[in-house]
Write a protein that binds this ligand. Sequence first.
Ligand code: DGY
Length: 326
Amino acid sequence: MNGRPRVFVSRRIPSEALVSIADACDADIWEEDLPPARDELLRRVAGCDGVLTLLTDRVDDAFLDAAGSGLKVVSNYAVGFDNIDVAACAARGVAVGNTPGVLTETTADLAWALLMAAARRLPEGDRYVRDGHWKTWGPLLLLGPDVHGATLGIVGFGRIGQAVARRAQGFGMHILYHDVSEVPEGVAMELGASYRPLEGVLAESDFVSLHVNLSPATRHLINANTLAWMKPTAVLVNTSRGPVVDQVALAAALRDGVIAAAALDVTDPEPVPMDDPLVGMDNCLIVPHIASASRATRGRMAEMAAANLLAGVFGEPLPTPVMPPA
Ligand code: DGY
């Protein structure tokens, strides 16, 4: 590397982090609101020492070829890294970083907000008022299930799943969880959570919240068969990744009363096409992938992503590296 490292930052992120990057590097920052088109992305990364990516940027062999052999680091501005072929990066000696930990509580807050909003039909109530339908107090108006005292099933019981469980404790919920392995007994006891196979969690729960990583094993984990295990009164919340849910099967399940409602922070694809049947359904609440979108959390994610980028371009170990898959 001659002189200052060259980096590409694929979107504006909170400004302190951008300043620290621009102070230390020759930084090319993508200023648009929409991500760079694929061709543009590949052009911009050519010859870079480091790239700060978002989950909308696919990092694969074509990206790595375009960047060239000088690329040292890909720093993802997200905890999830399913947009990155980590094995391909590892094979070329390119370090990969992400932003774990800092968004756990904020994401759990949004999962909780979605659960509450879907249960108590807040978007429908808001539309009802604004559309001028509110004429009187109605004994049967917009009835929904109680959240307090209900059974919550958490699929994926890592940091965020456990943070959702802590919120559920405050609502006196009965908590079930499923993951590839059981958590230590002390953790389960502290959270009052009981392990079940996936079918048990789905069948016994009034609310199901998804917190798994996207992998070949979890793609379409929620499909026509697994939706059929759920109660017809159940509410599904997804703040993990869109492809964890088979969206065609979900729309059919919501239409046919297989389950009662869904609340989604993530869809497949993103953004959700306006002609997707889910968009027209009153019993499906959709928000635009905003689970980590608090000012403080997005600021901390930016600091971490900048720290990983700078460490990588200067040949130091990343503070929060992503491990290549075993
Ligand atoms: C992540 O970090 O993986 C979220 O989906 C965006 O904050």
